[in-house]
Structure formats: structure tokens, C-alpha cells
Design a protein around this ligand. Structure first.
Ligand code: G3P
Length: 218
């Protein structure tokens, strides 16, 4: 039930690291482009902030198997905790299978069906990444897909874990972990929203004001 942050913003990552509950960071070309820096600089910076005990997911930009494998080898040399994101294409699945034989961990991304997850698992991917919000956008059932994949992996004894992406609300986080999603990557706004509940806020205010009154009486 691990929490990853879906961002390349160093302030957001630093804050999440300080929270004590961050398991990793996921990036993609769109996320990296938002930071207006060379991708390599951003990745080095993120690796430095998250340290050795958290994972960093980085996507290959190549589209052919050989090029993907070459790029993955270079990216995996960045730090020892890089997971290579590979797009869900025939070339990508072939690359994931080769990388598995080299001990390089992969996350097959842009998963929108259970059969795509089956292919990724057979290639030996460490993670499959279904895009939950984008399925919901087209009135498909993102959480339902994750539940389906989890069921298939369990009855087949598959080690590949489900890393849900395109998660846009605390309700989705709740629903996804409830159906057995292993890892969720989320924007910082969703992560921070997980902390809040009005009864926690009002309860703490009452405790603090009662403690203040006690100090005044004493
Ligand atoms: O990790 C994938 C994620 O960044 C996509 O999110 O909201 O663009 O569907 P979204």
C-alpha cells in the first residue's frame, strides 16, 4: 500500500520526503517538461532528493526495442533505484522482456486493459501502470480495471505489482487501495488532501484550546 508522488517538482518532492511516508516518485515526459529544465538535470536532482531508499520511475523516449533497451541501460545507471517506464507497445513489451534478463526493473505504462497487463506481467515487468483517471474520463471504470488485474494476478500467482497512475482525487486513492492496488502515484494536491478531515481539525482545535485554558487556570 505504498504512496508515490507523480511529479518532477523538487519542492513538492522535498516536502513529501519530509512527510516520512513517501515510497517513490514517478515522472513522464509531460511531467518533466513542466519543470523547464533539461530532463537529465531534473532526474539527477530528484535522485539526490529522494536518496537510496525510494524508487524513481523514468520513462524511455525511444520507440524501437533496441533503442529502448539502450536508453534503459543508460537511465538505470543514474542511481541504483531507478525503475524504467516502458510504453505498452509490442516494441515496449519486447524491451521489458530483455531488460528483465539484465536485472533492470521496469514499469509498463499506459495500461488500459487487463490483457495489456497480462502481456506486461509475462515480460517480467516489476509494475504495470493502469491510468485510472483517463479511463474514468471516457466513462470506463478505472478502479474496476485495477480490481480485475489484481484478481487475475492473484489467481495466477503473478509477482508483478499494480502501480495506479492518473489518480486525481483522495476518493480514488481510497477506492484503489480498497481493491488491492499495491502502489498509487498521485499529484501532491491529492497526497496532502489525504491528511485532512474536518473532525480532526475541530478536534485538535478543542484539545489545544482546553490545554490553553488549563494553562491560564494554573
Ligand atoms: O502518471 C500518469 C499521469 O501523470 C497522468 O495523469 O491526470 O494526465 O491522466 P493525467
Amino acid at each position: 500500500m505504498r504512496i508515490f508522488l507523480d511529479t518532477a517538482n523538487s519542492d513538492e518532492i522535498r516536502t513529501a520526503v519530509a512527510s516520512g511516508v513517501l515510497g517513490g516518485v514517478t515522472t513522464n515526459p509531460s511531467i518533466l517538461a513542466r519543470e523547464n529544465q533539461p530532463f537529465a538535470d531534473s532526474l539527477q536532482h530528484i535522485a539526490h532528493i529522494i536518496g537510496d531508499n525510494r524508487e524513481m520511475l523514468v520513462e524511455v523516449l525511444a520507440t524501437e526495442t533496441d533503442d529502448m533497451v539502450r536508453e534503459a541501460r543508460e537511465l538505470s545507471a543514474l542511481t541504483n533505484n531507478v525503475i524504467i517506464k516502458i510504453p505498452m507497445t509490442p516494441a515496449g513489451i519486447a524491451a521489458a522482456a530483455i531488460l528483465k534478463t539484465e536485472g533492470i526493473k521496469t514499469a509498463v505504462t499506459l495500461i488500459f486493459s487487463a490483457n495489456q497487463a497480462v502481456l506486461a506481467a509475462n515480460a517480467g515487468a516489476t509494475y504495470v501502470a493502469p491510468f485510472v483517471g483517463r479511463l474514468d474520463d471516457i466513462t470506463s471504470d478505472g478502479v474496476g480495471l485495477v480490481e480485475h488485474i489484481r484478481h487475475m494476478f492473484d489467481i495466477q500467482g503473478v509477482d508483478t505489482q499494480i502501480l495506479a497512475a492518473s489518480v486525481r482525487s483522495p476518493q480514488s486513492v481510497h477506492d484503489l487501495f480498497s481493491v488491492g492496488c499495491h502502489v498509487i502515484t498521485m499529484p501532491a494536491s491529492v497526497f496532502h488532501a489525504m491528511y485532512t478531515h474536518p473532525l480532526t481539525t475541530s478536534g485538535l482545535e478543542k484539545f489545544l484550546s482546553d490545554a490553553q485554558n488549563e494553562l491560564v487556570i494554573a
